[in-house]
Design a protein around this ligand. Structure first.
Ligand code: ADP
Ligand code: MG
Length: 390
């Protein structure tokens, strides 16, 4: 099977009848912990996956953007840069076109490109195929238009913001900044501690192999759609609670102040949403400390606690994700939790090295017994961020 890079290049040649000027890649991610915290100015802790999206691209002499995806049937879209707007070009191309729109909005001089993308990040699996797509297009645009945003973490941080705006405004998905920061600012062998309040990051060594462990990722294949309203509803509930409390974001609530703060909220649902966010942000801090101490029993316990909080307080897990987490634990995982936005998508489990396939097989049996479709799985390592490949 040809590599993603080869598929992007071949698709470029077939579509445009010429060689691209270069190829750029950006990874999908799994978030280790810190879910639904990004849009609350909170903390999260993603790793970049070896799975990635590639963009083969060249400059055009005009201000048109021509996009093609090897992964979408009839996936060719053309748009004038000045026509890009919420809902235009619409569909998958909005994620890519939105990046050029947001670069221009950020004050950069942007011109037309021919771009062919291909990706092996499973689409809609909660592993951030959308930010991988934005990231590789953003990386290509930055280099081809001479913006230099990949050259420093500060530039990458700005490009991550651009990609987030593309997703929020043009693709109209109200996600926080976790996915784009992971795609652009992670590092191989590390998790990225991201503070969404000010964009500050710290790289946290993440080498499970040295501890005889591995990270199993199970894609439930249950569809999730961040644009279907549930995600936006959670986000609105948090913003409404912050307004009632007179604070800029839920990040401002100290864990020690949680109970008296909750007492000031009349709405029982809002109280649970806030409790998740505040305790989850603290779990990120605790997880970073446990990783530094090599205490993986504690890391696993925090995974479990995070899942329970997302299940009962935030109500974003669903039957499939709960079944993965419960089954993985019963098969000896140190801990397991949903990752990404939820409502389907993927879960992660911290397991003994060499047992990932066995745990995944138990999950597959449990799915079959429950009458659910077959899940997919892989063992994840912390891979590289967006880069130019050639
Ligand atoms: P996730 O990011 O978890 O995979 P999203 O719903 O956020 O799920 O993003 C998935 C969407 O991103 C797809 O429906 C499609 O519009 C777009 N997308 C992702 N990868 C590709 C690709 N390789 N080609 C075309 N569109 C893609
Ligand atoms: Mg996404």
């Amino acid at each position: 099977m040809s590599s993603v890079r080869d598929r992007a290049e071949e698709t470029f040649r077939e579509t445009f009848g010429a060689e691209p000027e270069g190829v750029w890649a950006a990874p999908g991610r799994v978030n280790l912990i810190g879910e639904h915290t990004d849009y609350n100015d909170g903390l999260c802790l993603p790793i970049a996956l070896p799975h990635r999206a590639c963009a083969a691209a060249r400059r055009r002499g005009d201000d048109r953007l021509v996009l093609v995806s090897a992964d979408i049937p009839d996936g060719r879209v053309e748009v004038e840069l000045t026509e890009i707007a919420p809902g235009t070009p619409g569909g998958w191309a909005s994620y890519a076109a939105g990046v050029l729109w947001a670069l221009r909005e950020a004050g950069h001089e942007v011109h037309g490109l021919d771009v062919a993308v291909a990706s092996d990040v499973p689409i809609g699996a909660g592993l951030s195929s959308s930010a991988a797509l934005e990231g590789c297009v953003g990386a290509a645009a930055s280099d081809l238009l001479g913006l230099g945003l990949l050259d420093s973490d500060e530039g990458r941080s700005r490009l991550a913001q651009v990609c987030m705006r593309a997703e929020n405004v043009i693709a109209e998905a109200p996600t926080g900044g976790l996915d784009q920061a992971a795609a652009l600012r992670c590092a191989e062998g590390h998790a990225l501690l991201l503070d969404c309040r000010d964009g500050a990051t710290r790289l946290v060594p993440f080498d499970l192999d040295a501890h005889d462990l591995e990270l199993l990722v199970v894609d439930t294949r249950a569809t999730h759609a961040l644009t279907d309203g549930q995600y936006g509803e959670r986000r609105s509930a948090c913003e409404a609670a912050a307004r009632t409390l007179g604070i800029a974001s839920l990040r401002e609530i100290a864990p020690s102040e949680l109970e008296p703060t909750l007492a000031r909220l009349d709405d029982e649902v809002q109280r649970r949403r806030v409790r998740h966010v505040v305790t989850e942000i603290q779990r990120v801090r605790d997880c970073v400390a446990a990783l530094a101490a090599g205490d993986f029993t504690e890391v696993g316990r925090l995974f479990d606690e995070s899942h329970a909080s997302l299940r009962h307080d935030y109500e974003v897990t669903g039957a499939e994700l709960d079944l993965v987490a419960d089954t993985a634990r019963a098969e000896g995982a140190l801990g397991a939790r949903m990752t990404g936005g939820g409502f389907g998508g993927s879960a992660i489990a911290l397991v003994r090295r060499g047992t990932g396939d066995q745990v995944a097989a138990a999950v597959a049996r449990a799915f079959a017994r429950a009458g659910l479709g077959a899940p997919q799985h892989f063992v994840a390592t912390a891979a590289a961020p967006a880069e130019r490949l050639g």
